[in-house]
Design a protein around this ligand. Structure first.
Ligand code: GUN
Ligand code: ZN
Length: 452
């Protein structure tokens, strides 16, 4: 049976990169003050002014009244570790010590399938509470950690990318695999999950220091055989890490060259961080079409450095935006944008709300080559939506009330907002998070009401 709903509210969606100027590029976005999104069987059937659309929808359609709220495409997180949910906000370390003192012990617990299954559910709850409907997720080196997140995401019909961490050295024994064993496990997981429902597999060598040459080479082999697979890893995050990579791979001229040598840098590759890249590395990333996941709250929290967003962009490198939880300090995309603004402020590169919200939605969909199905409120796209409350806190309500333009209101939302502003989240055409459960009002639409 066809399931049809009409969501009424303000609607904002991007068609193109709005640019860096305070005023967005012409035609880069659509905004309907009294808009409506017609959702049918998991897809967006149409979007328009409410009055125009209401005349075309079936008589008995269910009307969901989001007047006073802002409907946007669901947020996308290009890089996050679900296994680090419980060590978010761990005190006082930089990257390499943080991995040893907090991260690896936490990841050891995922040997237990029940723990993995529980954290997977809690992570998805948190993600949806933050308005994020798609993420590219690091699991742990335990295959069961991957089965857990895919199984949980599949049940909720989410679009999600994930993969088993490959790590055959420089980590606790309980977390290390072998070059051949890690690939065998990955191939089993690919067979079980890649392309099933809305799920995709991302090969996941943790970072150069924790993989042998044999392991990196084997990953390249799998990737060459199936171009539809993704790859996620870390690159050039921390000065100590850079020195260690140079020591471990003296035959490579720089950090990126390690991954290039094994065929791991292509359009489906996401490298988190890329803070300390040379111009030459940026040019090579641009040629390869790989994307750098800018993870601002993580970079600030671990003191890793300031990502030069504009230099990366000017070099032609695709950039995406990521929380990188548990080093990042929040799963909600709005929290990530606050970090991005602060990093930009320190570099004289203020981030507009237009650019930030574009990055969280269509920009990230493009970086992950998913813009044919997510990232926009557009007919034919999958119905993954976030409904934002711009008056969620007294301060935000006050600030947005005195704002004189939409750009100013969105900027206040970006700087003051968090998961309290996520009023509802929809995935695959269904409500998957409601902030105030008793407020959900889905009602058959009366013709008269439709035209009021
Ligand atoms: N580099 C290697 N592993 C990790 C990780 O788990 N988090 C971050 N931020 N950087 C890494
Ligand atoms: Zn990371």
């Amino acid at each position: 049976m066809t399931h049809s709903r009409l969501l009424r509210g303000a609607v904002l969606t991007f068609n193109a990169d709005p640019g860096e100027a305070p005023t967005p590029e012409a035609d880069s976005l659509h905004y309907w003050e009294d808009g409506a999104v017609w959702v049918e069987d998991g897809r967006i059937r149409a979007v328009d002014d409410f009055a125009a659309l209401a005349a075309h929808v079936p008589e008995k359609i269910e009307l969901v009244d989001y007047r006073g709220k802002l409907i946007m495409p669901g947020f996308i997180d290009s890089h996050v570790h679900y296994s680090q949910l419980d060590i978010i906000a761990s005190f006082g370390r930089e990257l390499l010590d943080w991995l040893n003192d907090y991260t690896f012990p936490a990841e050891c617990r995922f040997a237990e399938r029940a723990h993995a299954a529980d954290v997977a559910e809690r992570f998805l709850d948190e993600m949806l509470r933050g308005g994020t409907t798609t993420a590219q997720v690091f699991c742990t080196s335990h295959p069961g950690s991957v089965d857990s997140i895919f199984s949980a995401a599949g049940k909720r019909r989410l679009r999600l990318l994930a993969g088993k961490v490959l790590m055959d050295r420089h980590a606790p024994e309980a977390l290390t695999d072998t070059a051949t064993g890690g690939i065998r496990d990955s191939e089993r997981l690919i067979a079980d999950w890649h392309g099933k429902d809305r799920l995709a597999y991302s090969l996941t060598p943790r970072f150069a220091p924790t993989s042998s040459r044999e392991q990196l080479d084997a990953v390249g082999g799998v990737l060459r055989n199936d171009q539809s697979l993704y790859l996620q890893s870390h690159l050039s995050e921390n000065r100590g890490e850079l020195a260690w990579v140079a020591e471990l791979f003296p035959e490579c001229r720089d950090y990126l060259a390690v991954y290039e040598r094994y065929g791991l840098v292509g359009p489906h590759s996401t490298y988190a961080h890329g803070i300390h890249l040379s111009e030459d590395e940026r040019a090579r990333l641009a040629d390869a079409g790989a994307n750098i996941a800018f993870s601002p709250t993580s970079n600030l929290f671990l003191g890793s450095g300031l990502f030069d967003r504009l230099a990366t962009r000017d070099a032609g490198v695709v950039t995406s935006l990521a929380s990188d939880v548990g080093a990042g300090t929040g799963v909600c995309g709005l929290t990530t944008l606050q970090g991005a603004y602060q990093v930009g402020a320190l570099l004289g590169q203020p981030l507009t709300a237009w650019q930030g919200l574009y990055r969280l939605t269509l920009g990230n969909a493009r970086a992950l080559h998913l813009d044919h199905c997510i990232g926009r409120v557009q007919a034919g796209h999958e119905a993954d939506l976030v409904v934002l409350d711009m008056a969620a806190t007294p301060l935000l309500a006050r600030r947005t009330q005195v704002a004189e333009s939409l750009g100013e209101r969105l900027f206040a939302l970006m700087m003051l907002g968090d998961d309290r502003c996520v009023y509802a989240t929809w995935a695959d055409g269904d409500l998957v998070h409601q902030r105030d459960a008793r407020d959900h009002r889905g009602a058959p639409m009366e013709r008269a009401a439709a035209h009021s």
